[in-house]
Design a protein around this ligand. Sequence first.
Ligand SMILES: [Mn+2]
Length: 307
Amino acid sequence: MSVFRKPGERMIRDPGDLRLGDIIRSSTDCSSECLCIAGVPWDWSTAGRPGARFAPSRLREYLYSYNLHKDLCLCDWGDIAIAPGDLGKTSQRIYEAVENLSRTCRGFLLLGGDHSITRYSVSSALETLGGRAGLLVFDAHLDLRQLSEGFSSGTYLRDLLSERGDRLRVAVIGVRSHSIPRYMLNLAEKLGVKYFYSEDLDAGSVVNTLNEIFSNVDWIYISFDSDSLDPSQCPGVNSPSPLGISLKDAVKILDMVMKRYRIVGGDIVEYAPPLDQGDLCGRNLALIAYRIINNMWESSARYKAPQ
Ligand SMILES: [Mn+2]
């Protein structure tokens, strides 16, 4: 026996200490009973501070260190092959990958990447799964920009609504008025986007209002923008905004919502590890991923029968 520790091997030898990383399967070893994860290291749509391309591997590192309390089956499909700087090619690959994930897996979670990836992911899931969808977003911003030139991750929701608005109901939790232009608040009303400010957030009443918004949807997709959290709990983002929601409230809302609906997919976006402090964001977001995965496992078991 070697006295040296193998790469990736844990320092503490406790065979009963089962972590998510101990049960993870590759895509080739996957079945339709399993949940799936895929990374999307794309941040070329970020006009401000890039770095989200480094998020998938950091999120995996912390996510896989959390303890396992359910007999989960979880597959990691690795990262979607993005084409650096080429949004056309990359968006097509995201679209195709999500088509595959939606068909093959019991549920899926993308580890972004900037927020632009949500447009292609939700669009693809809608096309593949059919029906009407609820998009539950956690975000400081409304992402309803219309640019006269260039790229921004702040346009995805407007694009998505113009393409798929007829089959989509949207709610955004954690919005900060001081980080949103006035025209966008009016636009949100016009487009039927329901938003909740972070500063007077009450989990119970949020969930009750969501019941009204999502009363007619067949399934739900969750998009978690890391800047929805307060910068004290997640400083490593492209566009931090003070007075955010707490990790505790985010988890509470996620738990309550995911118990009520059929959750088929989601993403965690806008986390930029180079801008993080003490890996605070990484650990907190990995917890969000962990809770989404655990809840999605339960949710998909309840809604197993085909619609
Ligand atoms: Mn945002």
